[in-house]
Write a protein that binds this ligand. Structure first.
Ligand SMILES: NC(=O)c1ccc[n+]([C@@H]2O[C@H](COP(=O)([O-])OP(=O)(O)OC[C@H]3O[C@@H](n4cnc5c(N)ncnc54)[C@H](O)[C@@H]3O)[C@@H](O)[C@H]2O)c1
Length: 298
């Protein structure tokens, strides 16, 4: 897809972080936007900022984990603009999901599996189900971008989040081949960001009541850890707007695997080498960092 002027993009998780960075980059490329997010106040403020700068934008409060809500988003997008050309399934949640001692894949609370897979994986599935057929049917060039993570291709486990992101990578590869098989004018990419300056670590702010283990918020010591992680991300992460520009270029160049940070591909090679050589799984860089005696980042 080469031509962005006047084309329509739908972005989930558009109120903040990477989704907001994409919205800014796409708007400046001349696109009309459908911005979706669960956090209504932040969403309205973001939409108003782009409208004030002269861009054509609608905002739709959406819970990507709920297929009915995503279908409503698709209906609103088509009602407003007639067609959709770019779909970014980007909304996601991360950070700690349970009490200390409950972070293993064997003892994480079932509600945590439901919440993280519901948003990170099923949110992408719902986006594909509600949009792709109509994107193919209109016949104009288009593109789907699914946000995974480097943790969706690196080794090391990384708990429920890592499972959800590996699943998004696999799903996106299936999407790519499915679209090629149909000779659709729609391309596909999987975005695998490294550290980006966003609020992902405090995603529990959007966790539904019925998916909190025992109906309780995370304990204060965990909230403090996540606040510290958020500070580290905001201070050291790539600006989300830069990620938006990287995504725009990837769509233009029809690149499928989209890393944001140079060198991110190296741990993929290490993981594959261990698989081919019959070695134990590589610890992901995050796990290696946690294994340092002083727990410091490296
Ligand atoms: N920040 C990073 O370093 C990083 C690295 C790799 C991948 N990612 C991925 O990038 C994507 C965007 O995250 P971010 O880092 O910008 O975090 P963020 O928290 O700043 O933005 C995520 C947005 O998604 C929204 N959201 C959460 N649950 C939702 C739901 N059920 N329905 C609709 N919207 C919902 C939030 O309100 C928020 O606006 C996620 O998929 C995340 O896993 C982030």
């Amino acid at each position: 897809m080469q031509d962005f002027e006047g084309r329509v993009a739908v972005i989930t998780g558009a109120a903040s972080g990477i989704g907001w960075g994409m919205a800014q980059a796409f708007a400046d490329a001349g696109m009309k936007l459908v911005m979706a997010d669960i956090e209504v106040q932040t969403l309205e403020a973001a939409g108003a900022e782009l409208r004030a700068a002269g861009h054509e934008v609608i905002t739709v409060q959406t819970d990507v984990a709920d297929p009915t809500s995503v279908q409503r988003l698709a209906d609103a997008a088509h009602e407003a603009f007639g067609k959709v050309h770019v779909l970014c399934n980007n909304a996601g949640v991360g950070g700690a999901t349970g009490k200390p001692g409950q972070w293993g894949v064997w003892n994480s609370p079932p509600e945590s599996w439901q919440w993280v897979l519901g948003v990170n994986l099923m949110g992408v599935v719902h986006g594909l189900q509600s949009f792709v057929d109509r994107m193919i049917a209109h016949g104009e060039p288009g593109h789907v971008v699914n946000t995974s993570s480097v943790l969706g291709v690196w080794g090391g486990g990384n708990g429920i989040y890592g499972v959800s992101k590996h699943a998004v990578t696999a799903l996106s590869e299936g999407l790519y081949h499915g679209l090629k098989g149909q000779q659709a004018a729609i391309g596909a990419s999987v975005l695998m960001p490294g550290l980006v300056a966003t609020r992902i670590n405090t995603a529990a702010r959007n966790r539904p009541e019925h998916l909190k283990p025992d109906g309780q918020d995370l304990p204060p010591e965990v909230m403090a850890m996540m606040a510290a992680a958020e500070k580290r991300y905001l201070e050291n992460g790539m600006p989300p707007r830069q990620v938006g520009e990287i995504v725009l270029n990837a769509i233009r160049e029809e690149r499928f695997y989209v890393f944001t940070h140079p060198g991110s591909e190296k741990p993929v090679e290490e993981r594959m080498r261990a698989i081919i050589d019959g070695q134990p799984p590589t610890p992901g860089p995050q796990m290696r960092r946690l294994a340092q005696p002083d727990g410091q980042q490296r």
